[in-house]
Design a binder for this molecule. Structure first.
Ligand SMILES: [Mn+2]
Length: 359
């Protein structure tokens, strides 16, 4: 297990590499070039510049997140081949600089969704990301986009880049009538082209689950249950067609037994990376907030999760996922330094205990 941290680059993150380096046991990053639009090639120069800085800080950069898949690929439009060619160039460029895992998703339009990015937690005065289906009921897609942008403390949020959402209404219209099977067919076309390249250059693609783990706005979503992930693995059978199990995303839906899902795919060699965080279910339907990582502060069993990783995919890259905003920090919602650092330390502690108890 390598403990890693998400970092958005020196111009887009309030957290500094030198601070990440000081978190005990931190080996490297899950990196991200947040200024790249979906479909654009990540050039060698841009990648080198980012990764050189990471290395200079004494950290590794073997995982990259959010190489976003262009909507034309998901929609299966004739223009998709050009964007797949670009994606392949990006894979090759990242491999040249030592990247081994690329985390991405195949969700139409919305990467993730919350109804409040800074919901107060009355018990301790902190705040966290929050979702209440009731609140969403009154909001259309355009409203939620505007609200999310307004609540993001001036940062552009991953998956909510303005250029991706500029043509929102047109894009939503184009998805009308697309069934999950049609989306999977387009997904297979994409995988059939990129996975052989990944095998050649030693990169594993890691698909991130839908967040939250159910369909929204009538869009097809095909990555939020064990069954659906089995179908994704079968679309192109290769260890390079792998998963990033995000415990908070999958765990937002009580139908998912997260430790058992990890064991299922870990045993099959299909987990390349893990996002580990906790959720707290609140009263009512599809109503939750993000919690600190500690098991007792949420509804997921972090010990069982780390034990499942230890037993079935001990080489996976792990990172603490979203944290609460604590200690008066101002930063990207979900991506402050303090609570994620506490999360990493806690997860490393669980790992040490599991390791020593196992010997
Ligand atoms: Mn995640």
């Amino acid at each position: 297990m390598k403990m890693t941290f998400r970092w958005f680059g020196e111009n887009s993150d309030n957290v500094k590499l030198s601070q990440i380096k000081q978190i005990p046991g931190m080996t490297g990053l899950m990196g991200f070039l947040d200024y790249k639009a979906a479909g654009e090639v990540w050039t060698e120069e841009e990648i080198k510049d980012y990764i050189d800085k990471v290395h200079a800080a004494g950290l590794e950069c073997e995982v990259i997140e959010s190489v976003n898949v262009h909507e034309d690929i998901k929609m299966g439009l004739p223009t998709r081949d050009k964007y797949i060619d670009n994606y392949i160039t990006t894979i090759r460029n990242l491999a040249k600089y030592g990247v081994k895992v690329i985390i991405y998703n195949f969700m139409p339009v919305f990467d993730w969704l919350r109804t409040d990015l800074a919901h107060p937690i009355p018990e301790d005065g902190s705040n966290s990301l929050y979702y209440d289906e009731k609140d969403l009921g009154d909001m259309g897609p355009m409203e939620i986009v505007k609200k999310t942008a307004a609540d993001s403390n001036g940062f552009s949020l991953p998956g909510w880049e303005p250029e991706r959402l500029a043509e929102l209404e047109k894009t939503l219209e184009q998805y009308k009538g697309m069934t999950p099977d049609m989306l999977r067919e387009n997904y297979k076309y994409f995988l059939d082209r990129i996975i052989p390249v990944c095998e050649e250059v030693g990169v594993r693609m890691a698909c991130h689950p839908d967040d939250p783990a159910w369909p929204i706005f009538g869009l097809p979503r095909i990555a939020h249950t064990q069954e659906q992930f089995d179908m994704i693995c079968d679309l192109h059978d290769s260890p390079a067609n792998a998963l990033c199990i995000c415990t908070g995303s999958l765990g937002s839906n009580t139908v998912n037994d997260v430790p058992s899902v990890i064991r299922h795919f870990g045993e099959r060699g299909r987990i390349a990376a893990m996002h580990v965080r906790n959720v707290k279910f609140l009263d009512g339907y599809h109503h939750f907030r993000e919690a600190s990582h500690l098991s007792s502060e949420g509804d997921l069993d972090m010990f069982a999760i780390m034990k499942a990783i230890y037993d079935t995919c001990p080489d996976a890259y792990v990172r603490p996922d979203h944290g609460r905003m604590i200690w008066d920090e101002v930063g990207r919602p979900g991506y402050g330094l303090y609570d994620r650092a506490l999360g990493a330390t806690y997860l490393n502690g669980l790992w040490e205990a599991i390791d020593k108890m196992s010997k």
